[in-house]
Design a protein around this ligand. Structure first.
Ligand code: FES
Length: 254
């Protein structure tokens, strides 16, 4: 797989929630190669100096149309600049980057929360078998993702901390029951670190393999700066190049 630096035209930008946007760009060379779990490094604005880039997971890839979509939360200077980028503008994009998901599951359960659901959208549309998803959030407003996933999966299960949608509690309020009844052979998880750690523990105790997609601050995204390392078994792991997807048993220190 060859990583590409391209000038990508912005095709669409839209709000999915008051502070969450989806940006779609024309990038045929990246779309033709991008795998679920991989990410791109996006220049956030032509006006920014020095050049700012943000790593964003591939959320939707349309190989026929040659487009890629990424979903991001508007949270700091870089993402505010990105949110202001107009349709028709071009952005420099490097990708596809990193190591994506293993897609060999026959009975997958996908578990996600927050922006971790963005790469999972690409995953569920790429798995060639029926998929169940468990989505967790603090409130009903945070699980707007259910509508994005519903048409691509068999069952959607939801938990919210306040009980305003689905089962009350975090994802582990439902996970043991789903694992006991669902005959799953692999669990994929992406979301806040405490959620991923807790899910991985339950999945490992159930004797199933678990893939986790880690999110770390990334300065270069290319394996050069060591800003993104975490502890593996007997070695440091670079999230940007060894990951961001790992088998949970590879990760010793999150
Ligand atoms: Fe620089 Fe990973 S972000 S080594």
């Amino acid at each position: 797989m060859t990583k590409v630096i391209c000038e990508a035209k912005v095709i669409a930008q839209k709000f999915l929630a008051p502070d969450v946007k989806l940006i779609e760009v024309k990038a045929p060379e990246i779309a033709s190669q991008g795998q679920p779990g991989q990410f791109v490094n996006v220049e956030v604005s032509r006006q920014a100096a020095p050049l700012l880039r943000r790593p964003l997971g591939l959320a939707v890839v349309n190989k026929e149309a040659g487009t890629c979509s990424m979903i991001y939360r508007i949270i700091g200077e870089g993402t505010h600049l990105l949110a202001d980028t107009c349709v028709g503008a071009t952005l420099s994009i490097i990708g596809p980057l990193g190591h994506g998901f293993d897609l060999n599951a026959k009975r997958p359960l996908v578990v996600g929360g927050g922006l971790g659901l963005a790469p999972l959208l690409n995953l569920v549309t790429s798995l060639a078998v029926p998929v169940d998803i468990l989505i967790g959030g603090r409130t009903k407003a945070e699980v707007f993702w259910t509508e994005l996933f519903r048409e691509h999966v068999r069952n959607v299960y939801v938990t919210t901390d306040d009980g305003s949608c689905g089962t009350q509690g975090n994802v582990n309020a439902l996970l043991p029951q789903l694992l006991a009844e669902g005959e799953y052979d692999c669990v994929y998880v992406c979301g806040p670190v405490p959620m991923m750690k807790a899910v991985a523990q339950v999945v490992e105790q159930a004797g199933l393999p678990c893939q986790v997609s880690l999110e770390k601050y990334m300065a270069c995204g290319l394996g050069a700066c060591l800003s993104c390392t975490c502890g593996g078994i007997g070695k440091r792991l670079k999230v940007c190049t060894d990951g961001p997807v790992f088998w949970s048993k590879e990760v010793a220190e999150w």
